[in-house]
Design a protein around this ligand. Structure first.
Ligand SMILES: [Zn+2]
Length: 404
C-alpha cells in the first residue's frame, strides 16, 4: 500500500465524472432554500440533518434515497438550480477538481413553470458563471476548470415523482408502465438533441439513473439510438443491482462508452439467465472487451458501501479486481452530500485499501480527463489533457512522489 500526503491528493488536478447534482448540495444551501420556499425539513440545523437524513452509514437503499426527496424539494426554481450548480463548481475547485460532469434528471423537476430547456440552461448558467470566475484567477501553468452536463432519464417512475411525470402518466393512460418509461425516455432524448443544437448549454452525455432492479436498460434502446445518432456521448448506471448481463446490454444495445458503478461485473452469482452456461467465461470475455475498448468504469466506493450491504469493507469492493485486470477506471463521488464525501476522500480511500503505486494513481487520474465527454473539439481536449499531465508531474515533483 502506498500512502500519499493529503496535500498532494488535494493539489493534483482531478475529475469527477459521476456526480449527481441533487445529491451534492451544500447543506447550508439546502437549509437556506427550504426557508426561502417555506419547505419543512426534519431539522433546521446542519447537525440535525446529518443525524436524521444525511448519515455516514445507511441501513438500506431506501434510507439512502430519502435525502433526495428533500434536496429535490428545494430545486424548484431556476435561481435555486443556478445557485446549486455554481456552488458545486466552487466546492470541487476548492479541492483541486478541475473537470466535472454534472448529471441530473430534469423530468423530476419539470412543471408548468419549468420546461426542459429552462432547467438545463439554469444549471449550465451556474456552472458557466463559476467557470469564468475560477478561470480568470489561474496561474499560467494551471489547467482551467471545465465541465459538461449529463442528462438522465429514469429507469422507473410513478406519478409521485414529479408534476411532469404525473401529467405524462395521465396523458399516456392507455400505455403500460414499461411503455410509459420508454416514451418518457424518448421524449427526453429528442429534447436533449434539440437543446444541444440550439443553445450553448454544455450538454455532453446521456444516462439512465434509478433503480436497476426489474427495469432493464433495454427499455431505453430507442432513446440511446437517438442520442447516438446525434453524436452525444453515452454512459449508464449498470452493474449496481445486477451483474454482467446488465453491463453487456448497456454496451451491445445502448452503445455506452462508460459504465456507472459496474460493481458486480465479476460476480457469477449475479448472472441470472440460463442461456449463459459458462458464467466464468462470459465474465472473462466481457471484462476483456471492456478493457480492450477502454470502456471506463465510474467507480463510487463510498456510495457502493452505503447502498450495497454485501460489501462490508472497502477492500471487498471489485475495484481491486478492476485494477488487476487493467480496466479503465475513474474514481467518483456519486453524491457529495448524500454520501458525505469528496473526490479527494474517494482517492484517499482507494489508496488506503488497494495497491496503488504512483504510476497507477497517475493513470487513474489522467484517465478521468481522457475519458471525459469533453465539450470542446478534440484538438482542444488534447491540449487540455497535455496541460493536466504537465501540471500533475509538477505536483509530483513538488512532493517528491516517484513514478518508478
Ligand atoms: Zn449515480
Amino acid at each position: 500500500m502506498t500512502t500519499y500526503p493529503k496535500n498532494f491528493l488535494l493539489d493534483i488536478p482531478k475529475t469527477d465524472l459521476h456526480l449527481h447534482l441533487d445529491g451534492s448540495l451544500r447543506l447550508s444551501t439546502l437549509i437556506d432554500l427550504a426557508k426561502e420556499n417555506k419547505i419543512t425539513l426534519p431539522s433546521t440545523t446542519e447537525e440535525g440533518l446529518n443525524e436524521l437524513v444525511f448519515k455516514k452509514n445507511y441501513e438500506s437503499l431506501d434510507e439512502y434515497l430519502k435525502g433526495f426527496g428533500y434536496t429535490c424539494s428545494v430545486m424548484q426554481n431556476k435561481e435555486a438550480l443556478e445557485r446549486i450548480a455554481y456552488e458545486l463548481a466552487y466546492d470541487n475547485c476548492r479541492e483541486g477538481v478541475r473537470y466535472i460532469e454534472v448529471r441530473f434528471a430534469p423530468q423530476l423537476l419539470m412543471d408548468e413553470k419549468k420546461r426542459l430547456e429552462d432547467i438545463i440552461i439554469a444549471v449550465d448558467r451556474g456552472l458557466q458563471r463559476a467557470k469564468k470566475e475560477i478561470n480568470s484567477n489561474l496561474r499560467e501553468d494551471e489547467p482551467p476548470f471545465e465541465y459538461g452536463l449529463i442528462i438522465c432519464a429514469m429507469r422507473f417512475f410513478n406519478e409521485n415523482f414529479s408534476k411532469y411525470y404525473a401529467w405524462f402518466s395521465q396523458i399516456h393512460r392507455y400505455s403500460s408502465k414499461i411503455d410509459k418509461i420508454k416514451l418518457a425516455s424518448i421524449e427526453l432524448a429528442n429534447g436533449i438533441v434539440k437543446i444541444a443544437n440550439e443553445s450553448d448549454a454544455q450538454i455532453v452525455g446521456f444516462d439512465v439513473a434509478g433503480s436497476e432492479y426489474g427495469n432493464p436498460a433495454e427499455n431505453h434502446k430507442k432513446s440511446y439510438d437517438i442520442i447516438h445518432n446525434h453524436f452525444i456521448h453515452k454512459t449508464i448506471h449498470a452493474g449496481e443491482a445486477y451483474g454482467s448481463e446488465s453491463i453487456f446490454q448497456a454496451i451491445t444495445r445502448l452503445h455506452t462508452e462508460r459504465i456507472g458503478h459496474g460493481l458486480f461485473l465479476f460476480d457469477e452469482n449475479m448472472i441470472f439467465s440460463d442461456k449463459i452456461r459458462d458464467k466464468k467465461r462470459y465474465i472473462e470475455e466481457l471484462a476483456n472487451y471492456i478493457a480492450e475498448r477502454r470502456i471506463t468504469i465510474e467507480v463510487c466506493l463510498t456510495s457502493n458501501l452505503q447502498t450495497v450491504p454485501s460489501i462490508k469493507r472497502i477492500s471487498d469492493h471489485s475495484f481491486g479486481k478492476m485494477l488487476e485486470q487493467q480496466l479503465s477506471v475513474t474514481l467518483c463521488t456519486d453524491n457529495r452530500l448524500v454520501s458525505h464525501t469528496t473526490v479527494t476522500n474517494e482517492i484517499e480511500l482507494a489508496t488506503q485499501n488497494f495497491n496503488i503505486p504512483p504510476k497507477t494513481l497517475k493513470n487513474i487520474i489522467i484517465y478521468g480527463f481522457k475519458r471525459s465527454f469533453f465539450y470542446h473539439p478534440y484538438v482542444k481536449k488534447r491540449e487540455y489533457v497535455r496541460k493536466v499531465i504537465d501540471y500533475y508531474e509538477k505536483i509530483e515533483k513538488k512532493y517528491g512522489i516517484n513514478q518508478e
